[in-house]
Write a protein that binds this ligand. Structure first.
Ligand code: NDP
Ligand code: MG
Length: 385
């Protein structure tokens, strides 16, 4: 039976890889809807190629140009953030691949789960800030979440070797980013260009900076906590510069089950779409003899304070992860715009967390309120660094 897919964020790094994967999977997988924020020309080009029924452009100012570009095609164009929700809820859609960046994807992820869709989740920020709400929504509506994030895809695959109660720990691997061997002193004056030069993965700018600060790994601890319903105490981070082992699950008998592959997002994207099936794909296969050696080291918690904060925030819960994420999004924006230094990102996040009074249990309104509060705080904090 044909599977209809909506890609939320088709013009980004994950979105573009997803289109290549779907193209290679053949006619069984059909694209029903695409979305972008403001990359009008690329979205129009993708729509011309895939002929979806719907395209959503979340930045309404770009809708006119998109309409002109797609004038000759029978495609419905939806403008503004509500368009993203609409395509996530489409009745004919079976799988929603969430590849929007940031908390901006929250409403559409919740919408897709409320309609019982399969969620192939790349967009990790909604899980970080509203993991509990999202899990509740999926449970109530028969929606299934399959992780796309490479570490969580690895854990998801390894988990099939045992039961949740038999898990000793989850070991999330991390490349260590561009500053893996740097000291706290070294990172004082790194440039934007250095921070954007990830040694292994080719990703969008926001997650690339998150990898350099290791905020990305901090988010992944919280992401794993919700995806696998495992206490934070059982989640460890291990630096593995080659990024060949994508993560490991250790079971009570001492068996460690790992998933290996080339660092290529096409593989976890494909698995999230075809699960429980496995089919030949476009991801390069791994030749261990070419790799030779795999290295592992403990993370440097002195240089990468983000990791320590991540554990604290994960344990605190409530609105703490919301502030953690929103402060990061706003601080990364400031850094990308050249207004603050690299080291200021995590300093600002920590300041913001210190100023926040955590609400222990949260509803959607609390999430939105804490998110907006943190972004305002960062604007103020960024002026004073
Ligand atoms: P990109 O920045 O490359 O792409 C982001 C996508 O989201 C684009 O389609 C963009 O549209 C769209 N977008 C941006 N802002 C908004 C908004 N306000 N509302 C709606 N859509 C918006 O990001 P990545 O593909 O790198 O990452 C996407 C998500 O996947 C992130 O959450 C990231 O953490 C996660 N992830 C990514 C990995 C990777 O390898 N890239 C690996 C694991 C997880 P436009 O082009 O118009 O700006
Ligand atoms: Mg990852």
């Amino acid at each position: 039976m044909t599977k209809q897919i909506a890609i939320l964020g088709s013009t980004g790094s994950i979105g573009k890889n997803a289109l290549r994967v779907i193209d290679s999977l053949g006619p069984e997988y059909k694209i029903a809807a695409l979305s972008a924020h403001s990359s009008v020309e690329l979205l129009a080009e993708q729509a011309r190629k895939c002929k979806p029924e719907f395209v959503a452009i979340t930045n309404s100012d770009c809708a006119g140009q998109l309409r002109e570009l797609l004038d000759d095609l029978d495609i419905e164009i939806l403008a503004g953030p509500d368009g993203l929700i609409k395509i996530a809820e489409l009745q004919q859609v079976d799988i929603v691949l969430t590849a929007v960046v940031g908390a901006a994807g929250l409403h559409s992820v919740l919408a897709a789960s409320s309609k019982g869709k399969r969620l192939a989740i790349a967009n990790k920020e909604p899980l970080v800030i509203a993991g509990e709400l999202l899990k509740k929504e999926t449970k109530e509506n028969g929606s299934v979440i399959i992780p796309v994030d490479s570490e969580h895809s690895a854990v998801f695959q390894a988990m099939q070797s045992g039961r949740k109660e038999q898990v000793n720990k989850i070991i999330l691997t991390a490349s260590g980013g561009p500053f893996r061997q740097a000291t706290a002193e070294d990172i004082q004056n790194v440039t934007l260009e250095q921070a954007l030069a990830h040694p292994v993965w080719d990703m969008g700018p926001k997650i690339t900076i998150d990898s350099a600060t290791m905020m990305n790994k901090a988010f992944e601890i919280i992401e794993a906590r919700w995806l696998f319903d495992i206490p934070v105490e059982k989640i460890e981070v291990l630096i593995h510069p080659e990024s060949i082992i994508h993560s490991i699950v250790e079971f009570v008998d001492g068996s460690m089950i790992a998933q290996l592959g080339e660092p290529d997002m096409c593989l976890p994207i494909q698995y999230a779409l075809t699960y429980p099936e496995r089919v030949a794909g476009i991801a390069k296969t791994l030749r261990l003899e070419d790799i030779g050696t795999l290295n592992f080291e403990k993370p440097d918690l002195q240089t990468f304070r983000a990791l320590t904060l991540g554990y604290e925030v994960a344990r605190t819960g409530g609105t703490a992860p919301v502030v953690f994420n929103a402060a990061n999004e706003a601080a990364v924006e400031e850094f990308l715009a050249g207004r603050i230094k690299f080291v200021n990102i995590v300093e600002i996040i920590e300041n913001c967390l210190n100023r926040h009074s955590v609400k222990p249990t949260i509803c959607l309104e609390d999430v939105l309120e804490a998110d907006a509060w943190a972004r305002r705080e960062v604007t103020e904090l960024a002026y004073s660094v």
